[in-house]
Design a binder for this molecule. Structure first.
Ligand code: TYC
Length: 107
């Protein structure tokens, strides 16, 4: 940073340098599951297994955390992946007529 590529160094003489191309880390987003009184515990576990690739034990742990605390993190992803997960959860819940809610927030 703060250096110039020798090919952009208009007419200057000196040491030939080549700086690395600038890369930027993508922002990350937490995908959150919200508690409600009606969605069956087993359904939430299946959501965590199928959409968030959790094993049975981890899925159960996250579901119980949400059940007890009201909200919990299912995973952390780049924007497009997080958005897709939220849509998949909402579509799957609607299809089964459960009021399960899922949102995302910037980390
Ligand atoms: N509270 C629900 C019940 O008692 C279970 C539940 C857990 C629902 C997590 C939603 O995100 C949720 N059946």
């Amino acid at each position: 940073m703060g250096q110039r590529d020798s090919k952009h160094d208009n007419g200057q003489t000196g040491v030939i340098t080549r700086t690395a191309a600038k890369t930027k880390k993508p922002s990350l987003y937490k995908v959150l599951l919200l508690n409600d009184d009606y969605t069956p515990m087993e359904f939430v576990i299946v959501v965590l297994e199928r959409i968030f690739n959790k094993g049975r034990d981890e899925a159960t742990r996250i579901m119980l955390h949400v059940h007890q605390k009201g909200v919990g993190i299912c995973g952390v992803y780049t924007f497009e992946i997080a958005e897709t997960k939220v849509t998949q959860v909402m579509d799957f819940a609607r299809k089964h007529q459960h009021p399960l809610q899922c949102t995302m927030e910037k980390e």
